[in-house]
Each structure stands twice: as C-alpha cells, then as structure tokens.
Design a protein around this ligand. Structure first.
Ligand SMILES: Cc1cc2nc3c(=O)[nH]c(=O)nc-3n(C[C@H](O)[C@H](O)[C@H](O)COP(=O)(O)O)c2cc1C
Length: 323
C-alpha cells in the first residue's frame, strides 16, 4: 500500500489515460483485473467551462472503480482552476491529474500537454492554480522534455513538487519522439532523483520483464501502462502474480474471446449500442493479437454495425479456431 497525497493505492500498477478509450467501462476492466489506480482520458478545461454535455459525461465515475483519477488538459490557469473546482464539487474522483505529455497539435494549440514542457513557468502556475482549487491530491503526467536537447523534466518536476503536486508520472520520451524510438529509462531515473514525491514510470511496458527493468533502471515507485493493457487487462494479473513469485497461466484463446465479448457487452450497455459498437470497431481486435486468423477477424470487426453482429463474429471466430 502506498499513497498519492491522502489517497491509498493498494498496489503499484496504474492504468494510463488513453483518449477515446479510458471511459468508466474500460477503467473498470483494469480495476477488476487488479490495477491500483486508473486514469480517465483527458478532459478539456475549456469544454467544461463552456458546459459541453459530452465533456460532463466524460467526468462520470462508477461506484466500483475507486480510486480513480480524472485527467484535465488546458493551458490557462484560470480555466484549469475552474475545471478543478468543477471536478471537486461535481464528481467522485479521488485524484486530479494534469496532462503535460500529450504531443498532438490540437492539444499544443490549446497551450496544453507538451506545450507546458516548453513553458515551465506556465506549467507551474497551472499546477498551483489546480492545487489551490481542489481538496483532491493533484498529480502531473509529463514527458521528459520537448526534444533531446531540452530534457527539463527533473527541474520541472522539482518546481511542480514545490507547487504542491503529489506524484509525477513520466513517459520516457520527448515530444519530438512522439511514439517512436525507445522509452528512455535514464530520463525517468533523473526525475526520481530530483524529487521526494512518488514517481511513476511509463512507456512500452508489455511484460513482467519490462516492468522489472523499469523498476531496476529508474527506482520509480509505481508503473503506468497504456497500450500494453489494450485487449489485455489480464497483464495486470500476470504482473501481480510475478511480483508475488506465483505462477500465472495466460487465458486460453476461448477465454480471450469471452473477455472481449464481456467488455463489448458492458461497453454497449454503458454507451448505448451505436456508440459502443463504434468504439469496439477500434478496440476489439486488440484482444486477439497473435491469435490465428486475427487479421481476417479484424477486418470483419472493423465493419460491424450491431451488437448481434459482434456476437456472431465472435461465435464464428471461436468455431473457426476451435476446429
Ligand atoms: C491512443 C492513445 C491515447 C492516449 N491518450 C492520452 C491521454 O488522454 N492523456 C495522456 O496523458 N496520455 C495519453 N496517451 C499516452 C499514454 O497514456 C502513455 O503515456 C503512452 O502511450 C506511453 O505508454 P505505453 O507505452 O504504456 O502506451 C495516449 C496514448 C495513446 C496510444
């Protein structure tokens, strides 16, 4: 057990925020698989300011999923403070996270995400504004710097700690790297050595060995996993067993099909069939990576329109690989 501010977190595995994916249903899959904490997709401060209904919906927290962190993005201390106040008064979130790691142009244009790495004074005033307008612990998720020649995460992390931030997640890439190249553990270690608050290592963690290496190389206090959990919530169970030195049997092909079916049904029940199926067109295929005929199934899943069709495709696939 460790804590983010006052919030107890029962283990060291955190499910990363994934835009368009980390809704309450997805988070709950990971929480049930044993994640100590899950983080929402990024929520726009400005959209909250303009009372966008879809954005209000993104702030929903299910009773069973605590502890959960809701992530804000924005580039204006005033509207970020207002958003923090909104989350504190109107949602059941346990932690508020600030996005300082998103590299996409739309977010940079809002002076948010990685823009804040290149403007550390603004980053710190946003952190201070958010901390001062909520009773929840506030965390930051960042990259190592804008590019190789401007690695400033350690200094920025120290300033954010002084501003009252309770923990920092570091993705060991720069903005310029986007998702290419290798996640650099050295940069995460530099942040760990710079601050006393918990540091969470993030980037390319897909197996128990990857996670061991992250802890060894960086000395980080916890790990955050994004893409590695897509279609594979059971990676958390594998990691938990590995940490305890217990054996773990990966789910069979048939069990993976049923995991996908269960997730799909819960997604459709929560989002409604139309939106649920549209989300599943992108997400379902991750459950079948490395399985026989997965490419054929992927093609079919990407064109399905109804929940019945989703079930039929899974039944047909189960029969095909069972032969
Ligand atoms: C599809 C996608 C959506 C993402 N959305 C967010 C987001 O909303 N907020 C955020 O801080 N990071 C976001 N990220 C970054 C991830 O949280 C994570 O830092 C990154 O993918 C590296 O970790 P991984 O290798 O375990 O995936 C996103 C990444 C992907 C691939």
């Amino acid at each position: 057990m460790w804590k983010i501010g006052t919030v107890p977190v029962e283990n060291r595995i955190i499910a990363a925020p994934l835009a368009g994916i980390s809704n309450p249903v997805y988070r709950l899959e990971n929480r049930r698989a044993g994640a100590g904490l899950t983080v929402s997709e990024m929520i726009s401060d400005k959209a909250l300011h303009y009372r966008n209904q879809r954005t209000f919906d993104m702030c929903a927290v299910l009773e069973e999923e605590h502890p959960v962190s809701l992530q804000l993005f924005g580039g204006d201390p005033e509207t970020m403070a207002e958003a923090a106040e909104y989350l504190s008064e109107h949602t059941a979130c346990d932690v508020i996270d600030i996005n300082m790691g998103c590299p996409v142009p739309k977010v940079l244009k809002a002076h948010a995400g990685c823009y804040l790495l290149a403007h550390p004074e603004l980053a710190v005033s946003i952190a201070r504004a958010v901390v001062n307008h909520t009773d929840r612990p506030v965390t930051v998720k960042m990259r190592a710097g804008w590019d190789q020649s401007s690695i400033n995460a350690p200094e920025l992390a120290r300033a954010l700690e002084d501003a009252g931030i309770s923990a920092i997640a570091v993705h060991g890439r720069t903005r310029s790297m986007l998702y290419q190249g290798k996640c650099n553990h050295e940069w995460i270690r530099m942040v760990k050595e710079a601050v006393r608050i918990p540091v969470i290592g993030n980037g390319d963690l897909k197996s128990p060995e990857d996670v061991d290496r992250m802890y060894e190389d960086t000395g980080c206090d916890a790990v955050m996993i994004g893409r590695g959990l897509m279609g594979r919530p059971y990676l958390i169970q594998e990691l938990t067993a590995h940490e305890k030195g217990e054996p773990y049997a990966l789910p069979s092909y048939e069990e993976r099909i049923e995991l996908c079916r269960g997730f799909g049904d819960r997604l459709c029940a929560y989002e409604g069939e139309h939106t649920g199926i549209s989300m599943l067109r992108g997400q379902a295929c991750a459950y079948f990576e490395g399985m026989p005929y997965a490419a054929v199934l992927r093609g079919k899943l990407s064109m399905m329109n109804t929940r019945d069709e989703f079930h039929e495709l899974l039944d047909e696939y189960r029969d095909t690989i069972g032969k």
